[in-house]
Design a protein around this ligand. Structure first.
Ligand code: HEM
Length: 385
């Protein structure tokens, strides 16, 4: 099936690597990251597989992920080419699918002090927009206040809501706003195509345990975040257990390199099994349990910014997700506002079914149904007393 990469036979092993077939066919009904995780039990934290005619390296632990995404990040800066990206992404013009980040649009400079922060052009723009999100959202929240008031007035005893199966209006608002901010039509369309990886409705599973009541009054602001330590822990724990892109986005080596003593030929695909890393029992006690408290105690020092390789839901290095700040803002703001203003319950009082379906991003297999009941007084919804 798969081969361990060894010092003794790296290039020769290439011919012996068997054809496993396309990744999506690997598991039948099982998600590919789970299948690869099971294979890691047998073959170890690093092994190769064949994806059609391509050879791919699967990395399953934090230490190796660090080796590939820091020291060898430059060699693995490429993305595999695919007909789908050629056709759907304007011949690789969308930078997430662009095989090599180079030329005017990006700087490949690596700053020894600050790491991989200076990625130029779009990444900077996205980071900036992420930081400004608080102001951007203010407009949206004003619009929503009216709708919220109406809902609360109509349903003082509580009302059932089935959230939109895909993305929220808040999210669309932000993306469109970014596109407009980007200035011209070409950039706008590119920014709009960033619509990958953002949804994470699983987070809603966790809202009942939150303690925001005493922290914020009406109208959560990003500046309140520093006080919402438990909410931040919940988000981290959700991203740990349910990474949105469980196998990250594949990289491809643009030159031969040696990693961990193994010779890796140019053109090798790299798959970092985030899901496996995030549940490594050597790092995480009760790895399959949802325990946000760990981020207030044993793992309080870990963030999701690509510096701590035990927890890299946004990846790391040159191709790290530039939407991390944006996504974190969105999740905090949405969750905090929701919890602060409504009581949430599942309709059956059963635990939420967390089974996931695999696509570019992971989404819930079963629709999430929650009951919302207003928990503030009428005047706080802008309804008068
Ligand atoms: C919880 C939310 C999100 C998660 C967990 C996530 C995760 C990821 C991951 C794992 C990658 C691949 C990193 C790598 O190749 O090493 C990625 C890439 C990317 N993400 Fe996200 N993402 C999220 C939200 C967003 C948002 C909100 C945006 C844009 C508004 C975005 C835009 C991108 C882009 C453009 C890339 C490609 C970067 C490149 O190729 O250099 N993501 N994301």
């Amino acid at each position: 099936m798969a081969n361990r990469v060894t010092n003794s036979n790296p290039p020769q092993a290439k011919n012996a690597w068997p054809l496993i077939g396309h990744l999506h066919l690997l598991g039948g009904s099982q998600s590919p990251h789970k299948v690869l995780g099971t294979m890691a039990e047998k073959y170890g934290p690093i092994f190769t597989i064949k994806l059609g005619v391509h050879q791919a390296l699967v990395v399953n632990n934090a230490e190796l992920a660090r080796e590939y995404l820091t020291k060898n990040d430059k060699a693995f800066v490429g993305r595999p080419k695919a007909l789908a990206f050629e056709l759907m992404a304007y011949n690789y013009a969308v930078f997430g699918f662009s095989p090599i980040i180079s030329g005017k649009r990006f700087s490949l400079d690596f700053d020894e002090q600050s790491g991989f922060q200076d990625l130029g052009g779009y990444k900077k723009m996205m980071k900036k927009t992420g930081k400004q999100l608080d102001q951007i959202l203010e407009g949206w929240l004003k619009d929503q206040k009216l709708k919220r008031s109406e809902l609360a007035a109509q349903h003082e005893e509580g009302f059932g809501v089935e959230p939109p199966p895909r993305r929220t209006m808040a999210w669309w608002f932000m993306v469109v706003h970014m596109a407009v901010d980007a200035g011209d039509a070409q950039k706008s369309s590119e920014v709009l195509i960033f619509i990958i990886g953002v949804e994470n409705v699983e987070t809603v599973e966790c809202v009942r345990g939150l303690r925001v009541k005493s922290v914020v009054d009406v109208g959560y602001k990003e500046s309140d975040t520093k006080n919402l330590v438990y909410l931040k822990a919940v988000i981290k724990e959700t991203l740990r257990l349910h990474p949105v892109v469980p196998l990250s986005v594949p990289h491809e080596s643009i030159e031969d390199c040696v990693v961990g003593g193994y010779n890796i030929p140019k053109g090798t695909r790299l798959m970092v099994n985030l899901s496996k890393i995030h549940r490594d029992p050597n790092t995480w006690s009760n790895p399959h349990e949802f325990q946000p408290e760990r981020f207030l105690t044993s793992h309080h020092h870990l963030d999701v910014k690509g510096q701590h390789f035990d927890l890299i839901p946004f990846g790391a290095g040159r191709r790290m997700c530039p939407g991390d700040t944006f996504a974190l803002h969105e999740m905090r703001l949405t969750l905090a506002s929701l919890i602060q203003q409504f009581e949430l319950e599942t309709s059956s009082n059963e635990p939420v079914d967390m089974s996931a379906s695999f696509g570019i991003t992971v989404s819930k297999q079963m629709p999430l149904e929650v009951l919302l009941a207003p928990r503030l007084t009428r005047d706080m919804y802008g309804l008068g007393t």
